[in-house]
Design a protein around this ligand. Structure first.
Ligand code: AMP
Ligand code: ZN
Length: 475
């Protein structure tokens, strides 16, 4: 089972044999969301493919410990430490406190992950939970001469490193900075590439969350949190670090700089980056174009697993273009697939030899730099093969440990959904009551509106007021 996986390592720019630090075990870290808004489906492409990597590692027998941070402080509008804190921006937008925003969007993120069958990492830690650890690491960097104080802030001194641009070449990074920067040069920096470890001189006066530190009241920079949180839970040597390609520079470059300066040795062996989901206009972002979320897809009648399948159909190292037409194709493929599996009988013996052969093929596809579309082809081939339904069903169940498409359960759920789980008379009664409640609310007759909700609840129907209107489900 060991050493089977081959994976592209951004650090060496090669597909490499994966060899963990400790036999049979994998320490894996993922950059988590900045919780100032809903995740868009582009962000979630990264999390789906990282989930696929984790599940592949488990499938081939590794004992995986996966850690993820939640960024709830210090991530400014530009990744190059300029602009406003994203969390503060979110709080202002919604007239809430930063912590209220963080709680709401953290919950929303995990609800999206649950819809997409993305496993919650073994450890999830918020940046605001680890301030003392960040301070400790910054003190260490100051002691070792890798950091300096200037204008009240603490900066990492990139000129002290033998090599700073380790994840991609200089010109690529210059280009990235050129594209993304809304720069305001920071006159406190000694070198252009230096970055903030601790802010005390905020350009905006009203930063809500501040902590005492040896350098005054302030807050941490964004990069330090991932170095610190990963070391806290995975120790000084890490196997895999992942994120979207936009994290390569400056975020991951800075993480490597400060971690290896602090530790005095190599820190993480494999860097895995997921390419972007784009729309026709280019990279998907929260600020431009249509803000595509999982709830939006649901409100348009798409099962979130259709989006998961859409992602699995293409390779994580290729940009993926989203369109509703493409998603419709994925939906048709998904429905056909689960219908096919739902129609399998459970009778017959499991043919162990054939099952093992297909398991090997499926594993080989995933171990070939996570070739998920090839893994899906193995699934289709397996369904066409001359063998008992019981064997096919067992294999579908087994493959779904990695694919997580609800392959063996979705059909029954789909059928129940078609009728909403109730008969036609009941459905028209519910819709009538929803209209009546709407009218009552319009007339400000809230007592009647509540009564209607209670009447439906008595019949086992729960109403939900959502952004997309009133929805109902069985209690
Ligand atoms: P954020 O919440 O902005 O910190 O981003 C969360 C994750 O989504 C990071 O790993 C980003 O690299 C990734 N990401 C951002 N935009 C996209 C996109 N359009 N497609 C795929 N991944 C993305
Ligand atoms: Zn990170």
């Amino acid at each position: 089972m060991e050493n089977k996986l081959k994976i592209y390592n951004t650090l060496t720019r090669k597909v490499e044999q994966f060899i963990p630090n400790e036999e049979g075990k994998v320490g894996m870290y993922t950059c988590g969301p900045t919780v100032y808004h809903f995740a868009h489906i582009g962000n979630l492409r990264s999390y789906i493919m990282e989930d696929l990597l984790e599940k592949t590692l488990r499938y081939i027998g590794y004992d995986v410990k996966r850690v993820m941070n939640i960024t709830d402080v210090g991530h400014l509008s530009s990744d190059a430490d300029t602009g406003e804190d994203k969390m503060l921006k979110g709080a202002k937008r919604e007239h809430k406190t930063v912590m209220e925003i963080a709680k709401f969007y953290t919950d929303a993120f995990f609800a999206d992950c649950a819809d997409l069958n993305i496993k919650t990492p073994d450890v999830v830690e918020s940046a605001t939970n680890c301030i003392s650890e960040f301070i400790h690491m910054i003190e260490g960097l100051l002691e070792k001469g890798f950091a300096y104080e200037s204008g009240g802030n603490i900066y990492f001194d990139t000129s002290k490193l033998k090599e700073y641009y380790v994840l991609s070449n200089h010109s690529e990074e210059e280009l990235l900075v050129g594209v993304r920067d809304d720069v305001d040069e920071d006159g406190n920096k000694r070198n252009k590439t230096d970055f903030v470890l601790w802010f005390t001189k905020s350009k905006f006066e009203d930063q809500e969350l501040k902590w005492e530190s040896p350098w005054g009241l302030g807050y941490p920079g964004w990069h330090i949190e991932c170095s610190c949180i990963s070391m806290k839970h995975l120790g000084e040597y890490m196997d895999i670090h992942c994120g979207g390609v936009d994290n390569i520079f400056p975020h991951h470059t800075n993480e490597i700089a400060q971690s290896e300066a602090y530790l005095g040795h190599k820190w993480c062996n494999y860097w895995v980056h997921v390419h972007h989901l784009n729309d026709k206009a280019g990279k998907m972002s929260k600020s431009k174009g249509e803000f595509l979320t999982v709830s939006l897809l649901k409100s348009r009648g798409y099962d979130p697993k259709v989006y998961r399948l859409f992602c699995l159909q293409s390779h994580y190292r290729k940009p993926l273009e989203f369109s509703f037409d493409a998603l419709d194709n994925a939906r048709a493929a998904y429905e056909k697939l689960v219908k096919r599996i739902g129609g399998l009988g459970k009778e017959g013996e499991v043919d162990r030899e054939k099952a093992e052969l297909y398991r090997q093929k499926f594993q080989a596809a995933l171990c070939d730099d996570l070739n998920s579309s090839m893994a899906l082809t193995v699934l289709y081939d397996m369904l066409k093969e001359e063998m008992s339904d019981a064997t096919k069903y067992a294999l579908a169940e087994d493959f779904d440990k990695v694919l997580s498409l609800d392959l063996t359960t979705a059909y029954a759920a789909m059928e129940a959904e078609a009728g909403g789980g109730v008969d036609a008379a009941m459905e028209s009664y519910i819709l009538e009551k929803i209209e009546e409640r709407k009218a009552a609310k319009k007339e400000k007759n809230f007592a009647r509106a509540d009564e209607i909700r209670a009447e439906l609840l008595e019949k086992g129907i729960v109403l939900e007021d959502t952004r997309e209107g009133v929805k109902w489900k069985k209690a």
